[in-house]
Design a protein around this ligand. Structure first.
Ligand SMILES: [Fe+2]
Ligand SMILES: [Fe+2]
Length: 409
């Protein structure tokens, strides 16, 4: 029997745009749309991870953590749906005009301009496209995509609403992203592309930071050591514990660097998915600190980013191994006594956060084992060898031999 290639027939909505009066969307058009949506949402994951490091307000960093995970879930759902569809090759390349628009969004002058371009232009256009797609879909024939869109739309609505409260700025960068979207025929690619001549690149080029930048509320300083916390008064120990929670910014930053640096074509999507999850978890652990410090009448004011900074210059494999099989294993023995200690003092609020953190950390070590083993397939070295290389790197960075992977707090 002759093998049939995916049909080249033009579907009803390919004629012009996602017309809300149309009667359903064919498979070929749908797969093209889902691939474009994946391109935009994956691009957003990476640019938010990059800006996580340099956006000055810690609340913005925490919000980016939630949004990265929303985008990762959307990408995961759409990839799974594409895998079920005739002609749904997920890795088919996307039109360069759309890729350019996504790639250029990160290159903003500052966080305000970035939020305005990434949320109020790129995500707002994506949201509008999702709404049009849902309205054009047939509720029965397109039920699977309709269900996906109904789950994704509220997330993007929340993102855009958040951004509207952060910035009202209309700026050159945002205007340029608008022109690039129009030149790509909209997010859907189904509109007539607006020819507007050469659109020059943004004069600001984003550089992924090797440290964590903050506004003036957060200063760089040492945290109380674990030993000192154990002999401090219960009130002091609890405050210092939650300062250490806030400082999990360093772990989130390390993962942001992985999400930003990892080449999508070299590593399986599941790698990106797991570490986007872990990134979000570490962001939440930092947020636990901010929430609890405020509840205790204090506020976050210190970050010690040294563990993140010293990890820079290491390959991705080593960064993952350092965090998940080095530091997280090192910290693990503290988790159970800390959770139990809060419970014994009747401090159930602190116990709630410590309990959640303990559970998440077990998952993180599992991610580490899985991906370090995967990355070491057909490599002469073992995970132990990689940890030894990390200790050597850390020794050089600290100017002092490191017998084990440890933390100063
Ligand atoms: Fe953590
Ligand atoms: Fe962790």
């Amino acid at each position: 029997m002759k093998k049939t290639k995916p049909s080249g027939k033009i579907g009803p909505i390919q004629r012009s745009s996602l017309d809300r009066g149309s009667h359903g969307i064919d498979i070929r058009t749908t797969t093209g749309l889902l691939r474009r949506y994946v391109c935009v949402e994956r691009g957003l994951m990476r640019m938010l991870a990059g800006w996580f490091l340099v956006a000055p307000a810690y609340e913005t960093k925490h919000t980016f953590g939630y949004h990265v995970w929303d985008h990762a879930e959307h990408v995961d759902w759409m990839r799974k749906r594409l895998g079920e569809m005739r002609g749904g090759q997920v890795n088919a390349s996307v039109e360069p005009a759309l890729s350019r628009c996504v790639d250029e969004t990160i290159h903003a002058k500052d966080a305000s301009d970035f939020i305005s371009a990434a949320y109020l232009e790129l995500q707002a256009s994506l949201l509008e496209c999702y709404r049009d797609h849902l309205a054009a879909a047939d509720p029965c024939a397109n039920a699977m995509e309709s269900r996906l869109l109904q789950r994704m739309i509220p997330d993007l609505e929340r993102h855009v609403e958040w951004a509207q409260k952060q910035t009202a700025s209309s700026n050159d960068h945002r205007a340029m992203i608008r022109r690039l979207i129009a030149a790509a025929g909209g997010i859907s690619g189904l509109e007539t592309p607006v020819k507007s001549g050469d659109i020059p690149a943004s004069p600001h080029r984003f550089q992924r930071s090797g440290t964590i930048l903050f506004d003036s509320r957060i200063r760089r300083a040492e945290l109380m050591s674990y030993e000192a916390r154990k002999s401090a008064s219960p009130e002091t120990a609890r405050l210092e514990d939650f300062k250490v929670f806030f400082n999990e910014m360093y772990a989130a930053a390390l993962l942001a660097s992985v999400i930003y640096d990892a080449d999508p074509s070299e590593l399986a999507w599941e790698f990106h998915h797991d570490f986007a999850h872990q990134f979000w978890d570490e962001v939440r652990h930092s947020e636990f600190g901010a929430i609890r410090l405020k509840e205790l009448g204090s506020a976050p004011e210190v970050c010690n980013p040294v563990l993140f900074e010293r990890s820079q210059g290491l390959p991705i494999l080593h960064r993952i191994c350092y965090l998940t099989l080095g530091l997280e294993v090192y910290f693990m023995s503290r988790k159970e006594p800390r959770t139990r200690g809060f419970a014994e003092k009747g401090d159930f609020r602190s116990q709630l956060f410590a309990d959640q953190d303990w559970s998440d950390e077990i998952t993180h070590v599992r991610y580490g084992k899985r991906w370090v083993d995967h990355l070491l397939e057909n490599d002469f070295r073992t995970a132990e060898d990689i940890l030894a290389e990390v200790r050597e790197h850390m020794g050089a960075a600290a100017g002092q031999k490191q017998d084990k992977i440890a933390a100063p707090f």
